[in-house]
Design a protein. Structure first.
Length: 493
């Protein structure tokens, strides 16, 4: 009995010490004099200026085979994570095999490797509480790993296997295709998703790689051999950027990277196709997707936009702050004062290497659809023709700059941004130059970019709603307006 008591006592020492410390702190705090003063109104609060942000120390180098590497040590926790980016994307898949890139990115991981079948790979990672994931999106392929520092060598080896020697297990391919078919069958269940999908088609065109959708027919054409060929074309060292952040020694990490990737031969035959051309498919017009079961309308309005390296991008961000969000014109006028929308927005939304969108819209009750569209059009015209107030400028700039610090909340976020700039060919100091230009934006700058970039004559308007209950009807927007219907029925396989 005495032995058991002794064991329990030893196990509780840390608890008793912690309890004593907490008791002492509470006693001290209890006897401190009260210091709370009269609460201040929020307009009386004063805040220090935003600090100058500095990039954490990092190492950038290139392997002989072409892999660009970023290393950033962070010893706060015994964890290491890494990301590899590959210059690929669904925009490069054949038009008759839409869905190939996504399947390749998924089955690279779920299909196991030549040395580790899917079940074995999963079990090893699970035992180590580690993860290795892959995927291919619209404009890039990516792979990542997370592990405890003590398991770095083993997990990094599996990560390299997945990238270099995926097995593309046919069973996992069929499972992925079955799941994709389920997604096709359900794609018209969400009216907001319908609006987003079909609006992209109106702007970029049905056949554009930036708007086309996976169909049963394109899915059926994809074979395991297609996945192998797609991987071979785009996943090679000359097409790869690798970043690692966490609790490791950089010199040792360089050795590990050389061991796993140094002998990976470049592929001079593999070439990246030119980027798809982009132009606006519909220059204006009003379109309707009739959904009789709905009691509200989902409205999207906009036109083709630009890229983030446009010289006027910082000023356009301030324009966003004037139009969008809590305290923005659309929220204050259209939602709060006129009560025309449950949600409303208007955003200049660029992309890194192809034109993005200017997109606005909202959700409203069916009988307020036409008034909502008119109200948004009015606010777009007003910001083009009338200078904003100094108060609006200050609010938009402050909200933009105050959110800026969250780009650097953790070393991993900073590393991710550096890698993204490397991938798209942006300068390393892009984000800092952007900040300086936001700070320098004036009232005149906002009106200048509004007049230059917001194009009412090119606004495309899409409504997903109940045509019978939209009163007044959409053709009340203009005497000569011809509303065009869109068929969203799903083609059979």
């Amino acid at each position: 009995m005495q032995f058991k008591i002794g064991v329990r006592f030893k196990k509780s020492k840390l608890f008793l010490a912690s309890l004593a410390m907490v008791t002492m702190l509470l006693t001290v705090v209890w006897h401190l004099p009260a210091t709370a003063g009269t609460p201040k109104h929020y307009t009386e609060l004063e805040f220090p200026p935003l600090p100058e942000l500095q990039l954490p120390e990092y190492t950038r180098y290139r392997l002989d085979n072409g892999i660009t590497v970023f290393l950033m040590e962070d010893h706060e926790l015994p964890l290491v994570s890494g990301t590899a980016l590959f210059r690929t994307g669904s925009r490069f898949e054949p038009a008759d095999k839409v869905g190939l890139a996504g399947l390749t990115g998924e089955v690279m991981r779920t299909g196991g490797t030549l040395d580790h079948p899917p079940e074995v790979l999963n079990q090893i990672l699970e035992r180590k509480a580690a993860a290795v994931e892959t995927g291919i999106g619209e404009t890039m392929g990516s792979a990542g790993f997370n592990t405890l520092s003590e398991d770095l060598d083993a997990v990094f080896g599996l990560f390299a296997e997945v990238l270099r020697e995926p097995a593309f297990d046919p069973r996992q391919l069929e499972l992925a295709k079955t799941q994709e078919r389920g997604g096709i069958a359900r794609r018209n269940d969400d009216p907001e998703a319908i609006a987003g999908r079909e609006f992209h088609k109106l702007i970029y065109g049905d056949e554009s790689p930036y708007a086309r959708t996976v169909e049963y027919e394109t899915l059926d054409r994809i074979s395991r051999e297609d996945l192998v060929a797609f991987h071979r074309q785009y996943f090679h060292p000359g097409n790869m950027i690798l970043g690692v952040v966490g609790d490791f020694d950089s010199e040792r990490m360089q050795v590990l990277i050389a061991e796993q990737f140094g002998d990976w031969e470049p592929s001079p035959q593999a070439k990246i196709p030119p980027l798809p051309a982009v132009s606006q498919a519909q220059a204006g017009g009003v379109f309707l997707i009739d959904q009789p079961q709905l009691t509200q309308s989902y409205v999207q309005m906009g036109h083709l936009g630009g890229t983030a390296d446009d010289p006027d991008y910082p000023e356009l961000t301030v324009l966003n702050g004037v139009l969008n969000g809590f305290g923005g014109r659309l929220f204050n006028e259209v939602r709060s004062r006129q009560g025309l929308a449950y949600s409303v927005y208007g955003v200049w939304s660029p992309r890194y290497d192809y034109p993005g969108l200017f997109i606005s819209g909202g959700q409203t009750r069916s009988d307020a659809t036409v008034p909502l569209i008119r109200a948004i059009e009015s606010e777009i015209e007003r910001i083009r023709t009338e200078p904003i107030s100094p108060e609006e400028l200050a609010y938009a700039k402050e909200s933009t700059l105050n959110s800026f610090v969250f780009n650097f909340a953790a070393p991993g976020q900073t590393l991710s941004r550096l890698m993204r700039y490397e991938y798209y060919g942006y300068p390393e100091d892009f984000i800092f130059e952007y900040r300086r230009n936001v700070e320098a934006t004036t009232v005149a700058d906002v009106q200048r970019v509004a007049q230059k970039y917001l194009q009412p004559e090119n606004l495309v308007t899409l409504v997903v709603g109940n045509q019978r209950d939209i009163q007044p009807p959409l053709n009340a927007l203009d005497d000569n307006l011809q509303v065009r219907s869109i068929d969203i029925s799903i083609p059979k396989s």
